[in-house]
Design a protein around this ligand. Structure first.
Ligand code: BEZ
Length: 217
């Protein structure tokens, strides 16, 4: 059974290219994003790592630590990072977990279906899919998404979803489709019209169950 939203994510000790970490301790009281990659020195993964590196200031503004993982070792990770930094023209300051034994990949259910089937899995079977786990300071899973090996993730969407989670959590609201920071948000069904007015001010009632409010900027 994979991880479900609101599960406490597995804690683990692992080697990274920046030394050993204990995952929950490493998260501390921050938000965290764990993103998996099938393999070092591969083209799509290199663009994804570059995209994450280029967003360093954005993660920091959101008090969010990012960490990658792939099934190769720390020496490969260090050499690959030099390529990533050259291609993305920026520093990749976040750690990458070396998951050679697949312990973390299995704990987070990051492997493709085939990996669980053959008696003698090939290296191809043990390549992780492209998963993203957004984890709150309470160490609970807030969001996960999984892409196949042949489609790179959209990290602008990861950032948008992180904004949505943080804003929803802080204000007790929900986010409509394609929501971006600054746009109107949705009043949850459990809140009455009267309570919504009291809490958020003017309510734009499009349908009895679809009510928008503005948050203070
Ligand atoms: C990639 O482009 O990221 C990739 C290519 C082959 C295997 C795994 C990853």
């Amino acid at each position: 059974m994979g991880l479900r939203i609101n599960d406490t994510v597995p804690d683990f000790t692992a080697e990274t290219d920046q030394g050993e970490i204990r995952f929950h301790e490493w998260i501390g009281d921050n938000w965290a994003i764990l993103f998996s990659h099938p393999k070092d020195f591969t083209p799509v993964c290199t663009t994804e790592f570059g995209a994450v590196a280029q967003l360093a200031d954005e993660w920091a503004r959101r008090k969010t630590k990012v960490i990658g993982i792939s099934v190769d070792g720390t020496e490969d990770h260090k050499r690959w990072k030099a390529d990533i930094e050259a291609a993305a023209k920026t520093k990749a300051g976040f750690p990458i977990i070396a998951d050679k034994g697949l312990a973390v990949s299995k704990a987070f259910d990051m492997l493709p279906a085939e990996a669980y089937l053959p008696e003698n899995p090939t290296p191809n079977d043990s390549q992780t899919v492209r998963s993203v786990f957004i984890i709150g300071p309470d160490k609970k899973l807030k969001l996960s998404m999984t892409y196949p090996m042949n489609v790179g993730r959209n990290f602008a969407e990861v950032l948008r979803a992180l904004d949505g989670l943080q804003t929803a959590g802080a204000n007790g609201v929900a986010m409509p489709a394609n929501w971006e920071v600054g746009q109107d948000v949705i009043v949850p069904l459990a809140v009455s019209d009267a309570d919504a007015e009291k809490k958020y001010g003017k309510v734009n009632k499009v349908l009895p169950y679809l009510r928008y409010v503005k948050l203070p900027s």
